[in-house]
Design a protein around this ligand. Structure first.
Ligand code: AQP
Length: 326
């Protein structure tokens, strides 16, 4: 079976953007590929998380993966920092990666604005460590949201550079994304939904129906609907969510009222809140069960990380021999 790698940085609660952009695709792909799903805690450190939050988020993220339907019998769940081969290979890749490649990555520019008081080397070097997360396992596909396009392209460039200097070693991985590849913030629909922007910007997978209703009720739409296309960003975002969570008839009904300029956004939001809540009803039950057994979740992570390390060690040995370190 060919290998697939993807994951999340445990920088906060997982939200419906993370689900639609990545996890939903993982669920289908775990039947076709040998999957390695990571909790990238070293990446989350670039956002200056408090130690307790970092540790807690790793466990919470794992619970979100499992409650979503990621099956540890089929897929490997690993914690990045538990496989130190990641940081070793990152150093080797650092020596091959021009700084100019990293300076032009859009997420570096965005994060430097968002974390203006903490523009650390880790933020700049993030894509190199991400290339390691993928190439260490010689993954051929990476299912991620649209915001990761530049990172995957850089991963491919690093693979090419390594291969041309030291001989064919890494496959160039292909990015896979689906119709939910870019979900926008509820508060500012001109930027993507993110964990680190604050809870009002996103709907967390574990939000209760009441909270979902409340957050959607205050989502930005537009004043004075003009019925025109393209829709304004907040309205387009609601329609994209209808497309992904509601029945076709529901979306079509609102498309019609939108074009007739009789749409009532309060009704759209209430309908969407119900549809999203019911989509995640089983998730919330499974999540509540997992919360009662954190030790079992930690066991899954230990076992998965140990398995990941056997793959990582073999790749790193090959790399060290090729570059002259062994
Ligand atoms: N808004 C989004 N729409 C679709 N997909 C998204 N992803 C993130 N936001 C959206 C996808 O989720 C996966 C995990 O991303 P990550 O945790 O590694 O980092 P991120 O993209 O930076 O995620 P966040 O939620 O925005 O976290 P913070 O605020 O900490 O940076 C990726 O596949 C990503 O594409």
């Amino acid at each position: 079976m060919k290998r697939l790698v993807s994951g999340m940085q445990p920088s906060g609660q997982l939200h419906i953007g993370n689900y639609l952009g990545a996890i939903k695709n993982w669920l289908q792909l775990q039947e076709q590929y040998e999957c390695v799903f990571g909790m990238y805690d070293l990446h989350a450190m670039t956002e200056g998380l408090a130690p307790e939050a970092l540790k807690k988020n790793v466990l919470e993220t794992a619970m979100d993966y499992l409650a979503s339907g990621i099956d540890p019998q089929k897929s490997t769940l690993m914690v990045q920092s538990w496989v130190p081969e990641h940081t070793y290979l990152a150093w080797i890749f650092n020596t091959l990666t021009p700084v100019s490649w990293l300076e032009r990555v859009p997420t570096y520019k965005d994060k430097s604005q968002q974390f203006a008081k903490n523009i650390n080397m880790g933020l700049l070097d993030y894509p190199v460590l991400m290339a390691v997360d993928i190439l260490l396992y010689k993954a051929v596909v990476v299912p991620v949201g649209e915001d990761q396009t530049a990172h995957i392209e850089l991963t491919r460039e690093i693979a090419r550079t390594f291969n041309s200097r030291y001989g064919e070693t890494f496959p160039e991985p292909k990015m896979i994304s689906g119709p939910g590849a870019r979900i926008m913030s509820l508060v500012d629909p001109t930027v993507k939904m993110s964990k680190s922007k604050g809870p009002n910007h996103y709907i967390a997978l574990n939000d209760s129906p009441e909270i979902i209703k409340k957050k959607l009720a205050s989502a930005v739409t537009d004043t004075g609907n003009d019925g025109k296309e393209p829709k304004r960003p907040g309205v387009a975002n609601l329609f994209q969510l209808l497309n992904l969570f509601s029945k076709v008839e529901t979306r079509e009904k609102f498309e019609t009222t939108y074009h007739k300029k009789t749409i009532r956004y309060a009704e759209v939001k209430a309908t969407l809140a119900e549809d999203i809540s019911s989509h995640f009803a089983d998730f919330r039950n499974r999540r509540a069960d997992l919360e009662k057994h954190p030790d079992k979740v930690l066991d899954i992570l230990r076992e998965g990380s140990a398995h990941a390390q056997t793959i990582a060690r073999a790749t790193l040995k090959e790399v060290k021999e090729k570059v002259g370190l062994l």
